[in-house]
Design a protein around this ligand. Structure first.
Ligand code: A2P
Length: 330
């Protein structure tokens, strides 16, 4: 028996990737429903050789016995429709920021905290793309050496801002003015992702800080972040500086990462081998390299972490959550 599955935001950057990943992973689907805004109602999208008609998302859309809904249609759509879906017995895996910090909603990366899925009440949140790849690399190191402090500096692809972000780079290269970003992104970078908050940080930076603590069950962690949009289509890169409580051997750090789930160690500087967005694009793993001791502190390292933001940073992580759901529950 398969699952009655809905994709909300099916016409979007992540929505389309949900469908690719579901197909690749042979997710057992009995019935598939595709939802988007009224603008897209009536369009068809092909899945596994069959055309499906996109429907406008409405309050009664979940009245037909849908088991799981993968949402990626923005925070306001999730705020309104995820509780409606949950009230009809559907489990929502939500890619927006709407529910992530709600204490009644688990925030899950399957390699890090799969056990949190068990206490869901109808909504499970998929973390921010930059946070997902970071915690996959940080969790095994925290288990072994106990992290004290993290400094994130990110280099994030335009696809993280959806179709609009992608088009700003394509059109910007042709000399057109930006529509999605506040400045040109072609031949530039913008140290501003999501809105600015009162403390001078962007919301993206605070998402990384708060979500890391929640996923790793480490509310005491000291974390700071600077997030930057760069003219790359797919693949977020992160410089992560980590300080540990315990002393370590740098080879042990590399071995730990090499043997951890979901990670590919790519660290051979003598042969110019290190992760880059063009290597991570289209892949589901998190790539880690440039691992070296931070010589300015007693127990610190620097590492360079890259992943496909639309795959592991969004669609793949959500589908992995759905896979855990059907293994444990349905
Ligand atoms: P639509 O294409 O009809 O606007 P992206 O992040 O790539 O911009 O995609 C956003 C996704 O969210 C699209 O599929 C978009 O549909 C969908 N969406 C936006 N607003 C709504 C809404 N009010 N109800 C349902 N889907 C929405």
């Amino acid at each position: 028996m398969g699952v009655r599955l809905a994709v909300v935001g099916a016409t979007g950057m992540v929505g389309r990737k949900f469908l690719d990943v579901l197909k690749e992973r042979n997710f057992p689907i009995d019935k598939l429903y595709l939802f988007a805004s009224s603008k897209s109602a009536g369009k068809t999208i092909n899945f596994n050789g069959k055309d499906y008609v996109v429907e406008e998302l409405k309050e009664d859309s979940f009245d037909r016995g849908i088991d799981i809904a993968l949402f990626s249609a923005g925070a306001s759509t999730s705020l309104k429709f995820a509780p409606i879906a949950a009230s009809k017995g559907c489990v929502v895996v939500d890619n927006s920021s709407a529910w992530r910090m709600d204490e009644n909603v688990p925030l899950v990366v399957p390699e890090v905290n799969p056990e949190d899925i068990k206490w869901h009440k109808g909504i499970i949140a998929n973390p921010n793309c930059s946070t997902i790849q970071a915690v996959v690399a940080l969790k095994p190191l925290d288990d072994k050496f106990k992290i004290k402090r993290i400094i994130y500096s990110t280099y994030q692809a335009v696809s993280g801002a959806g179709m609009g972000g992608y088009e700003d780079l394509v059109n910007g290269i042709k000399g057109e003015a930006p529509k999605k970003f506040p400045h040109p992104i072609a031949y530039n970078l913008i140290p501003h992702i999501d809105v600015f908050l009162e403390n001078g940080y962007t919301k993206e930076e605070m998402k990384m800080i708060n979500e890391t603590k929640k996923i790793m069950h480490r509310p005491d962690l000291k974390i700071t972040a600077t997030t930057v949009r760069v003219p790359v289509f797919y693949g977020h890169s992160e410089s992560i500086n980590v300080e540990f409580e315990k002393s370590f051997d740098i080879n042990e750090v590399k071995e730990t990462l090499k043997n951890s789930k979901g990670i590919v160690l790519m660290d051979d500087v003598n042969n110019n081998v290190y992760p880059m967005p063009i290597l991570a694009e289209g892949k589901d793993e998190v790539f880690v390299g440039r691992i070296r001791r931070d010589e300015s502190v007693e127990n610190g390292i620097n590492m360079w972490v890259v992943a496909d933001n639309i795959r592991k940073g969004a669609a793949t992580n959500a589908v992995q959550i759905a896979e855990l759901l059907i293994k444990n529950i349905i």
